[in-house]
Design a protein around this ligand. Structure first.
Ligand code: TRP
Ligand code: ZN
Length: 887
């Protein structure tokens, strides 16, 4: 049926962590000269190299660069001493101990649709070098353990490229004949090649200043396209807050005279931490109340801080090799989450982050791409910028801090930086610093970095009312993952409390402890496969355990009966446990209703769930942000993740039915919330205002599900009022999911108004791609042919293809198989244009093991069809072939 694999194409080889060898040559300094031209940029590179290993053979990486000439200490190099490698790199035989290598190459930024290396976007030049893009600019040992000092000179047309930026501090500029000009930048800090950056073009700066606590005056600038100056305020405020927080929390100051950010609309990911010159997807810089939602504002704060925090965790101390990626990413996500908790409502930020972890990382850990936080092998490193490396990596750091305490953690950070400043190190080095600072043995804890899969934590308990003895039995297992059939227990910190039958917190006295000062909360450490924790002195009623407070470990908890979940959802003091228990309760009921639906029974809102929702609504006004989170039902994907064989249709029917019934049952209160939370004042972006909008829009969304309410008229009015993008989009979401006559008109009006604002147009695509309406698949296919759809723009691809495949399970899994086919077509079309983004789109097809036989067969057929394409990129090859694997 399928064409055979192109037998002339070799299977791309895997790289293994255990094969690490130090580089044969070090680069002491790099002097780069760019003569910028859209199709023929010339790059002259002078590298001062020094031999470090035994070998005298120097190998440099290279990809899509054309060598014009090369010389060694001033002497022209030629074959056989100079050899081109099949990989695109260069080999120089018989290199001296220390020498200067000069190369001149030509590259075409215009032809670079991969957006890796030097490329053009809207006529301006940008670079993206992580992980292996620098080799697409010049020949170089393109690996993070080669750290060098860089100086960079650029020349370009003054008219089209008035701005010329690179890393470090400015070091001169001037005029050249024929309307050209030049600028030079010098970076005093040694860095790996992946942190190199260049920006050139017609951009304008929004400027500010920051004085570090030791008195360094730093010039801050955000470079954007003319017209976007008024959309940089939140990014700039976030940057300054991040700089202040890193000083206060970690004593870490900025270390250059300038900090530049440049925003670009064609970008493979969110942003990049290049030393002194961060490059950002415009999505994470530009925001005005009319164009950006509250979620966009929060994303900007997160990503701006994340990239800024990399200056120490990533740049000053970097990774030895790419297997250590979580050394910088896990730690930096931990830092940005901690910062966001400080900036807003900590509890709500925490549960939003847990929700994201469970939406992205848990499925990854349970799927064909499952890998440890520190992977053992990869084919294409770009495939390992994953939720596991980033988010689970952050959870692991968070647990470490919980175990050794905040003060020791800070000492450990100080020690880590003091020991390893300007070095390229490993995750072991980080753990060792934490261990040395705390005196705690973390060797067993390190299993968290080595084992893939989400540990399952089970609770059982027993109580003897006669003696007041309560035994809490915790046990753990981690399921097998590809390549790791057997798992060992990991140390799991379980923050917990016990509630009496009246909901009051009980004193926690473990057997053998002194009765005097029993705390009401403690952290149990489950180190073995199964352990008993015995509490004494507990009165007569059976206590209810409140476990994993604040989500103290990234595990799946099970074993609590429904009554306990309902009790905790209403009564626990810990907001995370309250939210989580409600979610677990709803999940259990939804699973039951799915089974009932398959047996022909119509879903009805269970009383217990209605009670939980009523309780949330009772207290909604006191914490609107929390209430909005607590009102949301678990996603269809989350419910599917709990089933051995998912039934996307039944899950969708059940969830929609519950939403409709909740809307009907609570209509008067939902309408009152929608009225009462309306804000007539100016748009404000503080946590309270965000929470009020979130709750108000949650109310609207429920109300609009229920027939006979005024939900749809309210949505129409809210859309027409156009107060801010959060409210407009929430209203349009409701209309787009409906058969309201105003739907098409609203979509057309939105398109007409925002057709020239790409970030807003992305929302227009994503909204339609995630619609629950029956005609969505056809609409999505049509949108792929819309003149505003563009395969070369990653944001647009994510807005349509990504949003559909990863965010619309019922239509992606359409029984016809058309959803799968659509995704496969898109991957096939995209792979030759931008393989990094194409590989990232494959994921949802890898979920076939959880689907019924028909769906699994169709999904596999689409994967086979992709795999059969000639010249498939190694990134897409790796994702597709691993997705097909049977183990
Ligand atoms: N290091 C970046 C971050 O986490 C992300 C990144 C990795 C990236 N590779 C990239 C960004 C490729 C854009 C393109 O902040
Ligand atoms: Zn990062």
């Amino acid at each position: 049926m399928n064409a055979p694999l192109d037998s002339s194409a070799a299977t791309p080889a895997a790289i293994h962590r255990q094969d690490y060898r130090p580089p044969a040559f070090l680069v002491e300094s790099v002097d780069l000269h760019f003569s910028l031209h859209p199709t023929a940029t010339r790059v002259r590179a002078k590298l001062a190299l020094r031999r470090q290993g035994e070998s005298r053979v120097l190998e440099l990486d290279g990809e899509a660069v054309t060598l014009i000439e090369a010389s060694l200490d001033g002497t022209r190099l030629a074959a056989p001493r100079l050899e081109m490698l099949p990989s695109g790199g260069l080999r120089i035989a018989d290199a001296p101990d220390s020498f200067v290598l000069e190369t001149l190459v030509e590259i075409s930024p215009e032809a670079n649709t991969e957006l890796s290396g030097l490329y053009l976007s809207g006529g301006n030049y940008f670079t993206q070098c992580e992980a292996e893009g620098f080799r697409r600019i010049t020949f170089f040992p393109d690996r993070p353990d080669v750290m060098a000092r860089y100086s960079v000179t650029m020349e370009a047309d003054r008219a089209t490229c008035p701005v010329l930026l690179s890393n470090g501090n400015p070091a001169g500029s001037g005029e050249l004949p024929e309307g050209r000009h030049w600028a030079r930048w010098e970076d005093p800090h040694p860095k790996p090649s992946y942190l190199f950056a260049l920006v050139a073009g017609d951009l304008v700066a929004v400027r500010d200043r920051f004085t570090t606590r030791s008195g360094r005056d730093v010039a801050l600038a955000i470079y954007v396209r003319d017209g976007d100056q008024d959309a940089c305020g939140h990014a700039m405020a976030s940057l300054k807050a991040s700089m202040a927080w890193d000083e206060a929390e970690y004593g870490l100051e900025y270390d250059l005279d300038v900090f530049n950010i440049a925003a670009v609309s064609d970008f493979n990911m969110g942003a990049m931490e290049n030393k002194g010159l961060n490059i950002f997807n415009t999505k994470y810089i530009l925001a005005r109340p009319e164009t950006a939602t509250d979620a966009d504002y929060e994303g900007i704060e997160t990503v701006v801080s994340h990239e800024y925090f990399h200056n120490w965790t990533g740049n000053r101390v970097t990774c030895r090799d790419w297997f250590q990626l979580s050394l910088k990413e896990g730690l930096t996500v931990f830092r940005d989450q901690h910062f966001s908790e400080f900036m807003g409502s900590a509890a709500v930020k925490r549960l939003a982050n847990v929700r994201r972890l469970r939406a992205a990382q848990f499925p990854e850990d349970a799927g064909p791409m499952a890998h440890p936080v520190r992977p053992d092998s990869y084919v294409e490193i770009n495939n390992f910028y994953t939720a596991t490396v980033y988010q689970k990596g952050s959870e692991v750091v968070r647990m470490m801090r919980e175990l050794i305490g905040a003060a020791n953690f800070r000492k450990g950070m100080d020690l880590y930086i003091a020991r390893h400043d300007n070095q390229a190190v490993t995750i072991e080095d980080f753990v060792r610093a934490m261990q040395d600072a705390s005196g705690l043995d973390l060797s067993r804890f390190s299993r968290w970095y080595a084992q893939a899969g989400t540990p399952e934590l089970r609770v059982e308990d027993s109580f003897d009312p006669a003696t007041g003895r309560y035994v809490l039995t915790l046990s753990q297992t981690t399921p097998p993952t590809p390549g790791q059939p057997e798992k060992q227990p990991v140390p799991i910190p379980v923050a917990m409390g016990l509630l009496g039958p009246d909901g009051a917190p009980l004193p926690l006295r473990l057997a053998g402890e002194n009765a005097a000062e029993a705390p009401e909360e403690r952290v149990l450490l489950l180190e073995e496969a199964r352990q008993d924790f015995v509490f004494e002195g507990l009165g007569e009623g059976k206590p209810i355990p409140s476990l994993l407070r604040g989500f103290s470990a990234p595990v799946k908890l099970s074993g609590l009966p429904l009554e306990s979940l309902g009790f905790l959802a209403a009564r626990d003091s810990d907001p995370f446990v309250r939210w989580e228990s409600g979610q677990q309760y709803a999940t259990a009921e939804m699973l039951r209703l799915v089974a009932a639906h398959r047996a022909g029974e119509a879903p009805a809102l269970p009383e217990g769930l209605a009670n939980i929702i009523a309780a949330v609504l009772d207290h909604a006004e006191s914490d609107p942000a929390f209430a909005a989170e607590a009102l949301a039902l678990p996603s269809e994907d989350f419910v599917a993740g709990q089933m051995t064989v998912a039934d996307p249709e039944a899950i969708h029917i059940v969830r929609q039915a519950l939403r409709r019934e909740i809307g009907a049952r609570f209509a008067p209160r939902l309408a009152a919330l929608h009225d009462g939370l309306e804000n007539s004042g100016p748009y404000r972006i503080d946590g309270v205002s965000i929470g009020r909008r979130a709750l108000r829009n949650a109310a609207l969304s429920y109300l609009a599900q229920a027939p006979g309410t005024d939900g749809l008229p309210r949505a129409r009015a809210q859309f027409a009022a156009g107060a801010n993008m959060t409210d407009v989009l929430a209203a349009l979401r409701v209309l787009v999911d409906s058969t309201d006559p105003a739907r098409e008109e609203a979509l057309a009006a939105f398109h007409a108004r925002w057709r020239n604002d790409p970030l807003v147009l992305d929302k227009w695509f994503a909204l339609q791609a995630t619609s629950s309406r029956a005609d969505t698949l056809v609409a999505v296919q049509a949108l792929a042919l819309h003149p505003d759809f563009d395969l070369r723009n990653p944001n647009r691809v994510r807005a349509l293809v990504g949003a559909f495949a990863a965010g619309n399970p019922v239509h992606f899994h359409a029984a016809s198989g058309e959803g799968y086919r659509f995704l496969a077509e898109m991957v096939i079309a995209l792979d030759p244009v931008n393989s990094q983004v194409a590989a990232r789109m494959v994921g949802p097809l890898g979920d076939w093991k959880r689907q019924n036989e028909q769906r699994a067969g169709m999904m596999r057929a689409e994967l086979q069809r992709i795999l059969a394409r000639p010249n498939l990129s190694k990134g897409t090859f790796e994702k597709v072939s691993k997705s097909l694997a049977m183990d």
